[in-house]
Write a protein that binds this ligand. Sequence first.
Ligand code: UT7
Length: 319
Amino acid sequence: MGTYVPEKVLTNSDLERMVDTSDDWIRCRTGIVERRVVEGDTATSDLAAAAAKKALEDAGINDSEIDLILVATSTPDMIFPSTACLVQSKLGINGCAAFDIQAACSGFVYGLTVASQFIESGMYKTVLLIGADAFTKHINWEDRNTCILFGDGAGAFVLHEVENGYGLLSSYLMADGRGADLLKIPAGGSAHPGSEYSVQNKLHFVQMNGNAVFKFAVRILHEAAIGALTKAGLTVGDIDYLIPHQANIRIIDAAMERLGIDRNKIILNLEKYGNTSTASIPLALYDLYNSGDLKRGDLLLFVGFGAGLTWGANIIRWV
Ligand code: UT7
């Protein structure tokens, strides 16, 4: 496992000088205190490659053993080639498959599910899965509804076969395209390619209906967690650690209360990183991994949600 966050810290106090907001409002309404932001021409593939290098070192494997590079991102460097191919080149890895997965902030939960299918089917032995996003590149720094929320980062995992009963035990994936308008970057794709009009109308920035996404998130965090638990034949009481997508502490609190899970089993990092999209679950998992508390046999529940709308959950027994 390996992670990377940019060095530049953007605090709530910094944001107070940019838009009409306050440190108090952001802390109380979101739980976020600071976030990391990329600078200059740093792109998602740079974050992803930096995290991947650490993961490869941590795994102690040879680059040639990687069969597939999978990057979950909704802020790719460009429309094509895929960020996975750019990461492959930056890592100097040759002779493997590479592609991106786009499921917005649910990308890591989707990506882990897809990666494990290749391993379970026997098609590949070793998959490098990376969740990476540079959302702050797509933020309208005059929009206080969105600019306070997002940060940048990446988390990478080297995945391979494990003994029965360990690793990914179940996945629950869901989407509802009727909610596509609630959270989007309208321009830059084939619907609205870059134009004078798209730039003038700020269509290359994140647009969000915060209240609607909030209500959706509280509802589906519960649904996804129960969905994955049921598939694995487990109950909430079996879970040792729950890692939710780190979007807003009030969303997490409300959903976790409904789920009836102990607060001390929930891993949080949004205070220091904000919403890092596909990187948020990996970054939080890395904190847990480094704390030394994680032990063989622990049951982990990951729950993600995001644009699309998409949502999902994974249950993992730590090896
Ligand atoms: O990965 C998924 C990504 N997205 C999410 O998870 C976002 C989910 N939504 C949210 O987290 C919340 O809806 C927000 C944090 C975006 C907004 O919080 P809220 O409690 O839903 O606030 P609100 O939009 O209902 O606004 C309440 C008030 C409004 O003022 P009035 O109309 O009551 O006078 C807003 O204009 O707060 C105002 N407001 C702010 N004030 C200070 C909205 N944003 C800000 C701000 N600073 N940054």
